[in-house]
Design a protein around this ligand. Structure first.
Ligand code: SF4
Ligand code: SF4
Length: 435
């Protein structure tokens, strides 16, 4: 048990970090200071986005009910340009990454334009309101650098990316013009209809609508009720604009009924759900304020109840509810709760990476606060021997959904099967699970 855990009162309180102490110290006490991004000679700026590019898409959706019925039946239609957009974002980079020499072929990059947030979910260490957001110069140079690689999926990340809607509008517009498939996660508090129209018009492909509860609870402010009007507008406009929406739900100690209700609401509105198991931080986060008396962390005595909830979700998955998680991944959550994670084919640092607000790089989100030098945009130092050595330890503590899916992807037979399945259904399930 890590020494840092000792100050935590309850005997089964979650640890302040989950990594082995040796690796933790290596990553957090690295002698190399974080690298500094070499400034551009002239700070670069995005072009001013044209809005609206597609005024016809802003109009009322007269076919909404028919489209919704199709989506509920798992038969949402995608036009040829939207299918191409998805293939351009995911499939072509994947094949390139398999065929090109070398080891660094990113498919997805997480661009942390913010490390600030307008909420305070008690489990969340992924924000610090003292940290300045990414400059426009770094955001533009990041997209240009990614474009010079195989990467064509750009996921905004935070903190809350919509704290600066104009910046994400400009960046989305610019990236979409360069062929990126754009993923926008948000707690939706700032997802006003005019922001939805701008982002959708710019070409955002998917909204990750993060909610944990229906009505706010102490420690869980990401609730649907305060943003219900925005949700309704987002849902209503999705078929016309051609984006997808899914609920991102964190299973905590204190939201099991809400998880069920949100699952049913998603079903009713023909959208998918993605579940996570609440995790304590992978590495220690000095700015995290809720280590003590945290009602959201899952304790050992909660495992049977969480198992029941997972079984309920598996039943719904098997009954045809659209879920990003496969039945196998849902099953694996039970083992993860108990600290049992088999080594898996983590591709972080090779096929995915994060770009921090200052333009420095790390292989994955759990490593945001590591001080190890993985380089900067335009000058990466993501080296496979170091990553492999590190993953010998961190993989067995990690339940990163995205990187698990990428690991899955790197089994060619599975990808080919998945792509054929999607093609057979006219790409109706591009947001579906891999297995
Ligand atoms: S909204 Fe997201 S970034 Fe903000 S505190 Fe909650 S989980 Fe963290
Ligand atoms: S297993 Fe992969 S995604 Fe998880 S912490 Fe390690 S490098 Fe990051």
């Amino acid at each position: 048990m890590p020494a840092l855990q000792e100050h935590l009162g309850s005997h089964d309180a979650p640890p302040s970090f989950r990594l082995d102490v040796q690796l933790h110290d290596l990553l957090k006490k690295s002698p190399a200071p974080r690298p500094i991004l070499v400034p551009g000679r002239q700070p670069e700026a995005f072009p001013e986005p044209v809005f609206p590019q597609h005024p016809e898409l802003m109009a009322q959706d007269d076919n909404y009910e028919a489209n919704l019925a199709e989506a509920r039946a798992g038969k949402r239609r995608w036009t040829a340009p939207l299918v191409y957009r998805a293939m351009n974002g995911w499939l072509f980079p994947y094949w390139k990454s398999r065929l090109l020499p070398g080891q660094f072929h990113p498919i997805i990059a997480y661009l942390f334009t913010e490390w600030k947030c307008n909420l305070d979910c008690h489990y969340c260490w992924a924000f610090d309101n003292t940290v300045k957001g990414m400059t426009e110069d770094v955001a533009k140079r990041s997209i240009d650098w990614l474009h010079s690689t195989t990467c064509r999926v750009l996921a905004f990340m935070g903190g809350e990316p919509l704290l600066r809607p104009q910046l994400v509008h400009k960046a989305s517009y610019y990236a979409a013009k360069k062929g990126f498939w754009i993923y926008m996660p948000t707690n939706a508090r700032l997802l006003r209809p005019d922001v939805i129209d701008r982002l959708a018009d710019a070409g955002v492909a998917i909204f990750n609508f993060a909610v944990d509860v229906v009505d706010e609870k102490p420690g869980l402010p990401k609730a649907l009720t305060p943003v219900r009007k925005y949700f309704d507008y987002l849902i209503r406009k999705q078929y016309k604009y051609g984006y997808a929406v899914f609920f991102n739900i964190n299973i905590c100690r204190n939201n099991h009924e809400d998880v069920k209700q949100l699952t049913e609401i998603a079903r009713e509105h023909g959208i998918a759900t993605d579940y996570h198991i609440n995790e304590s931080p992978m590495i220690e986060q000095e700015h995290f304020k809720h280590y003590e008396a945290n009602d959201t962390f899952i304790h050992q005595q909660d495992w049977p109840k969480v198992d029941e909830l997972i079984d309920w979700l598996i039943e719904k998955n098997q009954a045809g509810y659209k879920m990003v998680n496969s039945v196998k991944r849902l099953q694996d959550m039970k083992d993860f709760l108990r600290g049992k994670v088999e080594p898996w084919n983590c591709r972080a640092g090779q096929n995915s990476l994060i770009i921090r607000v200052d333009g420095t790089l790390a292989p994955c989100f759990p490593m945001y606060s590591a001080t190890h030098d993985w380089g900067t945009i335009e000058n990466h130092k993501l080296e496979v021997p170091q990553l492999n050595e590190m993953k010998k330890s961190c993989q067995t503590h990690c339940f990163s959904t995205l990187n698990h899916n990428l690991g899955f992807c790197y089994n060619d037979a599975r990808v080919i099967k998945w792509v054929l399945q999607q093609a057979a259904h006219g790409f109706q399930g591009v947001t579906g699970s891999f297995a």
